[in-house]
Design a protein around this ligand. Structure first.
Ligand SMILES: NC(=O)c1ccc[n+]([C@@H]2O[C@H](COP(=O)([O-])OP(=O)(O)OC[C@H]3O[C@@H](n4cnc5c(N)ncnc54)[C@H](O)[C@@H]3O)[C@@H](O)[C@H]2O)c1
Length: 426
């Protein structure tokens, strides 16, 4: 089958593309690279032994989508593309509604023009809101609590109306719980920009020395160890859930909703302990006050996915942590920097008396990609600096396309090089 995957260079998308290629499907990825790297797709091709086609385009751009559909003639779509940070969605709601909701409408209009009426959509457990008892069941009333969640809810409504308007549509709404882990090769994984929003990428960055300690928000909830319980799902289980949903849609029209989760809760401290075991050394953490809007505990009732799709999770929390750690330690700065095969990173940096300047030359196309390339290159140099144990760096711009990163000229190196700092000297 020919499948168009929006957001296919992202975290869940890249793992799903790999699963699809391995199952013999042809894949074309449409992504604007706003939160991902084309390197992910190159590595997916390496792992699968064959490539997915790539179209760099924004899903809000119907002309670009038309061209991609005309060239690649997909028979179905898996739609991951979207902005996904809850906190950010509160600050810039219009960007979220435009990107996620208007982007989906543009995609659906394009699908209709090209008579492609099979779609699997990335929804989220966040649509269940705060009023439902756990475990969540698909038939419950939904009611998201923030703009990000409401974009998912609105897209679910749009897809439901579309399905009701024409029986030719075949629609799967997949409500993911908390995806973690990485492909067991350690070649692809989650590469969050800036400060991670999710627990496991945060723990992993502490373990690799990019951050000082894990902040555990709330240690006094009414849960067995006082910390929040979530339903974690290995990203490869999630990827396989998409293949199963797509397979189901081959034989069924209409609109279908499935929870993709494990069916049980794991606490923050349990996850932290499992990650420490995977790393083999202690990972510092601190209990901080509760965070507004966090629910104490929720998990999925995944029985509908089992009954309809024959799908359930098979990978344990231990496997999630081992795989996530393999990815993180081999790629301390995500796709910006990788260690050679067999090279062992230090789990935590130590001080070294040998600072040396690193010079980065970056030449890249148009301004957004140039800026992205610069950010990644500067981050790579910082990672190098960390490996060597330096505590401070100064980033200066030498020419329009060249940055120099000098070590041990002390610019406070909190935990990450944020966008504004990385373009310092402009
Ligand atoms: N990761 C989670 O915890 C989680 C949980 C529930 C649901 N989801 C949903 O799953 C989907 C994938 O999540 P992910 O974790 O892989 O995120 P991600 O950010 O890694 O991937 C999303 C991809 O979409 C691309 N993209 C964003 N807007 C685009 C646009 N307008 N045009 C083209 N490409 C665009 C990004 O560049 C990125 O590659 C998202 O829709 C997200 O809301 C994620």
């Amino acid at each position: 089958m020919r499948i168009l995957v929006t957001g296919g260079t992202g975290y869940i998308g890249s793992h799903t593309v790999l699963t699809l290629l391995e199952a013999g499907h042809d894949v074309v990825v449409v992504d604007n690279l706003s939160n991902s790297s084309e390197e992910a797709l190159r590595r997916v091709g390496e792992l699968a032994g064959r490539e997915a086609a790539f179209v760099r385009a924004d899903i809000t751009d119907e002309a670009a989508l038309d061209a991609a559909f005309a060239e690649h003639a997909p028979e179905a779509v898996i739609h991951f593309a979207g902005l996904k940070a809850v906190g950010e969605s509160v600050t810039i709601p219009l960007d979220y509604y435009f990107n996620n909701v208007a982007g989906t409408i543009a995609l659906l209009r394009t699908m209709e023009r090209h008579a492609v009426r099979t779609i699997v959509f990335s929804s989220s457990a966040t649509v269940y809101g705060e009023h439902n008892p756990t475990p969540y069941v698909e038939k419950m009333e939904i009611g998201a609590m923030n703009p990000y969640g409401r974009t998912k809810e609105q897209i679910e409504d749009i897809l439901t109306d579309l399905g009701a308007s024409d029986p030719a549509w075949r629609i799967a709404l997949l409500r993911y719980f908390n995806p973690v882990g990485a492909h067991p090769s350690g070649r692809i994984g989650e590469d969050p920009q800036g400060i991670p929003n999710n627990l496991v990428p945060f723990i992993a960055q502490v373990a690799v020395g990019r951050r000082e300690k894990l902040m555990v928000f709330g240690g006094d909830y009414d849960t067995p160890d006082g910390t929040c319980l979530r339903d974690y799902i290995h990203v490869m289980d999630l990827a396989e859930g998409h293949a199963a949903a797509l397979h189901y849609l081959q034989g069924h029209d209409g609109v279908h909703r499935w929870n993709l989760g494990s069916g049980h809760g794991t606490s923050v401290l349990q996850m932290h302990a499992a990650f420490e075991k995977a790393v083999g050394s202690p990972i510092p953490y601190e209990i901080a006050p509760r965070r507004a809007g966090d629910l104490p505990a929720f998990w999925a009732d995944p029985s509908a996915a089992l009954a309809d799709l024959g799908w359930s999770t098979t990978r344990t929390v231990e496997a999630m942590c081992e795989d996530h750690w393999r990815w993180q330690k081999n790629n301390p700065m995500g796709y910006a920097l990788s260690l050679e095969a067999g090279e062992e990173p230090q789990a935590r940096p130590s001080m070294s008396p040998h600072p040396a300047p690193y010079r980065i030359d970056v030449t890249a196309g148009d301004p957004p990609s140039l800026e992205q390339a610069l950010n990644r290159a500067v981050e790579a140099a910082i990672a190098q600096a960390l490996m060597e144990g330096t505590r401070g760096v100064l980033v200066t711009r030498r020419s329009p396309c060249t940055y120099t990163v000098e070590l041990s000229r002390i610019v406070p190196f909190g935990t990450t090089l944020e966008r504004d700092e990385s373009v310092q000297g402009r």
